[in-house]
Design a protein. Structure first.
Length: 222
């Protein structure tokens, strides 16, 4: 058994030509050609290194405690104020008398309206003053102070009015028209005490802590 020297195909004995390629078989060989070996695989680069990770940060020592400067006072913990606490007024502020000074319960106003009205009826203000109602009722105390100021103001007004009306009568002897005009003005001014009295009675009857015009800012009853 021989093989073709050209293509390596097997040739039976006695044949001169290769049945595959037709090459003359004068010089053949009994050893088969070496088997085909595939070329070596292409060069493969080594696996890439893992992603770069920065080294861990070096240990940093915490900052050392610094002594507070001389004269420093540590703030004290302030507890929340209790329920119902009202902050005191700032320095220099004077709270108006009898206004927003008490908590004015409804029972105090309703039970003492009559006493408060008597404070504006001339000498009848002595009734709430003699019964000491103003010591137990802020409502009576407020209107008693307004009533006393009103009575004293009315007396002072009457004295001044009497002097001026005498001057007006004497002025009529010199100038009747001028004296008549002055007398008319003085008689109209007599309405002022009456108007103040009505305002005070209305405030007391409606349960208001409201001062009278002009004279209501004076405080006599402590």
């Amino acid at each position: 058994m021989t093989f073709c020297k050209n293509c390596g195909a097997q040739i039976e004995d006695g044949l001169r030509f290769c049945p595959s390629c037709g090459q003359s078989n004068d010089v053949g060989f009994t050893q088969p050609p070496p088997e085909y070996q595939p070329p070596p695989p292409e060069y493969q680069s080594p696996a890439p290194p893992p992603e770069y990770q920065p080294p861990p940060p070096e240990y940093q020592q915490p900052p050392q405690y610094q002594q507070p400067p001389q004269g420093y006072q540590q703030p004290q913990y302030q507890q929340p104020p209790p329920q119902g606490y009202q902050q005191p007024p700032q320095q220099g502020y004077q709270q108006p008398p009898y206004q927003q000074q008490y908590q004015r319960p409804v029972d105090d106003v309703q039970d003492n309206k009559l006493m408060a009205i008597l404070c504006y009826l001339g000498i009848l203000f002595l009734i709430p003053l003699a019964t000491n109602a103003h010591k137990t009722s802020p409502f009576v105390k407020f209107h008693l102070n307004q009533g006393v100021v009103f009575v004293l103001g009315s007396i002072a007004f009457g004295v001044v009015w009497g002097i001026l009306i005498a001057i007006a009568i004497a002025l009529m002897l010199v100038s009747y028209a001028l004296g008549l005009i002055l007398s008319a003005i003085l008689y109209i001014a007599l309405l002022a005490p009456f108007i103040l009295m009505i305002l005070g009675i209305v405030n007391a009857a409606t349960g208001k802590f409201k001062e009278l015009p002009v004279i209501g800012k004076f405080n006599i009853i402590k």
